[in-house]
Design a protein around this ligand. Structure first.
Ligand code: ARG
Length: 487
């Protein structure tokens, strides 16, 4: 977590808080230095600087348009705010601990720049509706970033799937060999999950896209503001109806973290598979040097650190979800300082999710290669075609349960003798059941076993080609319509 910067006044041994902090003359003494540190959020909410400036620019313009301040005053406020933006870009805007948070830091600097006029900016506004606005503006942008990151990840999976539309891989249940599947089918399952993640985030975004500005501290304001003016200037889809709800709603943060948690669940499950596949025991993939690490001790090692880290980092995001729920659950209306705790959770949750999506995209773009020869050998050397023997008999009028029992006995017998089903002679098949004919050998070859699963959404090659086609179209359309980086 980010720590707060030192307080210039505390460093100089002076009294902090009070006028420096920005609250009223009611206060005679400054904060205890440890409490000042404890109370401050500037160490992390500086992340919201751009959004805080955007919100203040919109607020200043609205005050001017509504006649609360003179139009030229509004323009000078906007210029002052843009000066701060330029100073931040140049690295010369460096708030200290005495500023407490990003909102006070901006206001303090504005007053330094503009004198008494700077003191008019906060008219008809509170930090409570201000922070809610900043946070929603910030999260809306980050959801758009995540959407782009998900699309890149899906494109990386799709490129591998296209290459392996004919490659087979063992399919598992209970991590026991079950039935062979097409490798593209396996990868397409993760594309389907990522698509649901995009849909969930888009749905959360609709509720992030509400403007709380104008709710002021909790009850609204007697100042003749125009909430629709600021909301429109900031590109919000709508306003909060109720001022108490506006300043105390953090449902959107919880919903976001739940959606982000599912992104991480999906990435973590895929990571687990990649880690297994890279092991000597599976040997289904090899890792390229650019995405794997060595051991400081064992010269032969090549470790799958990327998926391991992704799997490990998922816990942080789930933790943030629980942290947010717990932080909110006992809060009376309306604003409570507890809400300050939402920020580090959101910042870290977003960062973690974006980093993991990028790392997994790179892993599938250039970090791993499937090993078709190993995969081929795997699907040929097991009993994962046993169901197809039973299905063969079903096709010749044998009731399924009877066929199932028969084949079970056959597998037991083969295991005892150390042979595979494909090694049985026609005589052996017919000894088991007279319905077997020469075509049994072709029927249980892995490629035929996969091809036969033609049911809609199954692993049959034709079905998989349709899925690939749909995924390709969807990605083309989505990439065309994705909001740009400036959002
Ligand atoms: N830093 C505060 C936060 O993150 C800003 C709002 C403070 N409001 C207040 N009434 N103390 O929530």
């Amino acid at each position: 977590m980010v720590s707060n910067p030192p307080s210039p006044s505390a460093a100089a041994g002076g009294v902090t808080g009070s006028s420096a902090g920005g609250w009223s003359d009611r206060f005679e003494q400054g904060l205890h230095p440890a409490i000042e540190r404890f109370n401050a959020s500037i160490g992390f909410d500086i992340t919201l600087l751009q959004e805080d400036l955007d919100g203040s620019v919109a607020h200043a313009r609205m005050l001017g348009a509504c006649g609360v301040i003179e139009p030229d005053e509004a323009e000078r406020l906007v210029e002052g705010l843009e000066t701060i933006r330029a100073e931040a870009a140049a690295g010369s805007f460096q708030p200290g601990l005495a500023d407490e948070d990003v909102h006070f830091a901006v206001e303090r600097r504005l007053i330094e720049l503009l004198g008494p006029l700077g003191k008019k900016l906060h008219t008809g506004r509170s930090r409570n509706d201000q922070v809610g606005t900043d946070l929603r503006l910030w999260l809306r942008r980050r959801i758009d970033d995540l959407d782009r990151a998900l699309l890149r990840f899906e494109a990386a999976l799709l490129a591998q799937a296209e290459q392996h539309a004919e490659t087979l891989i063992p399919g598992y249940t209970h991590l026991q060999r079950a039935q062979p599947v097409c490798l593209a089918h396996h990868l397409l399952a993760y594309i389907a999950m990522a698509e649901r993640d995009r849909q969930r985030l888009a749905d959360v975004r609709r509720r992030v896209d509400l403007c709380p500005l104008g709710a002021a501290a909790l009850a609204g304001t007697p100042v003749p503001i125009d909430r629709r003016h600021t909301a429109a200037a900031l590109g919000f889809a709508d306003l909060y109806d109720n001022s108490l709800d506006a300043v105390s709603d953090r449902d959107f943060a919880v919903e976001f973290m739940a959606a982000a948690s599912l992104v991480m669940v999906h990435l973590s499950r895929l990571s687990e598979e990649v880690i297994l596949w890279a092991s000597e025991e599976f040997g289904f993939i090899s890792l390229s040097d650019r995405c794997a690490t060595g051991s400081s001790l064992m010269p032969q090692k090549k470790n799958p650190d990327v998926p391991e880290l992704v799997r490990g980092k998922s816990g942080r995001v789930f933790g943030h979800l629980m942290g947010l729920l717990t932080m909110i659950k006992g809060l009376p209306l309306a604003y409570n300082k507890d809400f300050q705790e939402d920020k580090e959770a959101l910042f870290d949750g977003v960062r973690t999710c974006l980093d993991c999506l990028e790392a997994m995209a790179i892993l599938f773009e250039e970090g791993l290669q499937f090993r078709p020869e190993r995969l081929e050998r795997a699907v040929e050397s097991d009993f994962s075609n046993a169901t197809d023997v039973a299905d063969y008999l079903v096709g010749r009028g044998v009731p399924f349960r009877e066929a199932y029992q028969l084949v079970g006995g056959l597998v037991k017998d083969c295991l005892r003798r150390g042979v595979l089903l494909r090694q049985l002679s026609l005589e052996e098949w017919q000894a088991l059941h007279p319905a077997f004919e020469e075509d049994i050998h072709a029927a249980i070859a892995p490629r035929q076993v996969v091809a036969a699963r033609r049911s809609e959404g199954g692993t049959g090659f034709e079905q998989v080609r349709r899925q690939l086609q749909r995924a390709r179209l969807l990605l083309q359309e989505s990439s065309g319509s994705a909001p740009d980086a400036t959002g």
